[in-house]
Design a protein around this ligand. Structure first.
Ligand SMILES: [Zn+2]
Length: 435
């Protein structure tokens, strides 16, 4: 028997940016079979019918920046030195379910501890565990100048999510090795927080030649390249080298913006991490240094980002979920809120950034939209997110999540489990004793 579900009387936000309309949506097997605006339509008598009066159906959210293997570390020290491969993979399975239950039907994990990303994606695709669709990178490529973890990055070899490449030969070798292991993307930390740096973003840690070599090597094997770039030079050189997506992109200058527009490269600002740290600094006992840096980063970049959006750069929502500041399952919607509040997007525009536009992070055009023939990855929410995107962050209002046409069990995954032995940093004290 064909699995058939009718979602009746729904307000439909299709992800394209068009205004919501009311109608009935028929799911057959894993696809959106048909959409009807008239009440009389021939429907399968065997179909299960769900009445969605007062509710909205929209494409499932796609989070284009989620670190599923990290398990919410409070610091880079914890992330780089306190994680074990097998346990990280097992825990990531539970965390993936939390992500799905929050309405995220796909996410992009650009870099991973060990090979957890590829393994988790394959386990989900094989039906071993239930989780969102995944697109994955392997270890982020870094030079010995480091990435966002400063001196914790070794001069060579691997640590945490990073693989340090020390020569052109190593760049080629590492990229080909990752592609052989099955990555969907290559991730490069183009910029890094080098000690004693200036305050406008991070320093570029790669030469343009090295970035071009990396892109050519990946592209020849059909794999796209995504860059962590904070700073004008790193954005510009990544774009010149042929990068397919830019994460952060802050402190981009006019020249960089021109190239981004011309090449139509998507941008994933990922302000959620900063926004959460600013909003909840006291509650989390966060460092005031970080709070100041992040407030400045958002403020400084609103003008160039607004200009980029108006010029047609595809904006994509990514939450940087996976840190203590951005726990799994809670904050995937928040980038939409930041886009509306800080960048002045309409709620519908922000929804497009988290659905249709974000499908490009997955390199798929069969998801991210409600249209006949698309895959039925859907989110049903009580209320109207085209008026207020924050309702997408209220779990009580998430009524159904359909993944591949299947109505997912929303019985909550375990919220936080007991920390396994040695999983977190144990400090002698949080402050130094003052006499
Ligand atoms: Zn990240």
């Amino acid at each position: 028997m064909v699995n058939s579900v009718v979602l009746k009387n729904a307000s439909i936000i299709d992800g394209s940016g068009s205004a919501p309309y009311s109608g009935h949506l028929v799911i057959k097997e894993n696809k959106i079979d048909s959409i009807h605006q008239e009440d009389a339509f021939s429907q399968d008598t065997e179909a299960s019918i769900i009445d969605l009066k007062g509710k909205t159906v929209m494409p499932g959210l796609i989070d284009a920046h989620c670190h599923i293997s990290f398990d919410e570390p409070r610091s880079n020290d914890e992330l780089f030195f306190h994680r074990r491969e097998g346990l990280a993979a097992i825990i990531a399975g539970t965390n993936a379910l939390k992500v799905l239950q929050s309405g995220v039907t796909s996410f992009f994990d650009a870099d991973s501890l060990y090979s957890v990303g590829v393994d988790l994606r394959d386990a989900i695709e094989s039906g071993v565990i239930v989780g969102p669709r995944m697109a994955v990178g392997g270890n982020a490529l870094l030079t010995s100048a480091g990435g966002t973890a400063g001196r914790l990055i070794p001069d060579e070899g691997k640590r945490g999510y990073g693989a340090v490449v020390t020569s052109k030969d190593e760049i080629i070798l590492e990229i080909r090795r990752q592609i052989k292991m099955g990555v969907d993307w290559i991730k490069i930390h183009v910029s890094g927080m080098v000690p004693r740096q200036s305050s406008e973003g991070e320093l570029k840690a790669w030469s343009l030649d090295e970035l071009k070599l990396a892109c050519d090597t990946a592209h020849e094997l059909g794999i796209p390249v995504v860059g962590h770039c904070r700073g004008a030079d790193s954005v510009k050189d990544a774009l010149l080298a042929g990068f397919d997506m830019i994460l952060h992109g802050t402190y981009m200058d006019e020249e960089g913006l021109e190239i981004m527009i011309e090449r139509n490269v998507p941008l994933v600002p990922t302000f959620t991490f900063q926004a959460n740290l600013i909003d909840y600094a006291e509650k989390m006992e966060a460092s005031t240094d970080y709070k100041e840096i992040f407030e400045k980063e958002i403020q400084d970049n609103v003008p160039i980002f607004t200009k980029a959006f108006e010029a047609g750069v595809p904006f994509i929502c990514g939450s940087e979920s996976g840190f203590s500041v951005t726990p799994y399952g809670d904050w995937h919607y928040k980038e939409l809120e930041v886009f509306v509040e800080k960048l002045g997007l309409t709620p519908l525009e922000a929804i497009t950034c988290a659905t249709k536009n974000a499908a490009s992070a997955m390199k798929r055009d069969d998801i991210g939209l409600i249209a006949e023939g698309k895959i039925a990855d859907l989110l049903v929410v009580d209320g109207d997110p085209s008026k207020d995107v924050t309702i997408l962050g209220d779990k009580n209002l998430i009524k159904h999540v359909f993944l591949n046409g299947k109505d997912i069990d929303l019985t909550p995954a375990p919220k936080r489990f007991k920390d396994p032995d040695g999983w977190r940093i144990s400090a002698y004290s949080n402050k130094i004793l003052e006499k």
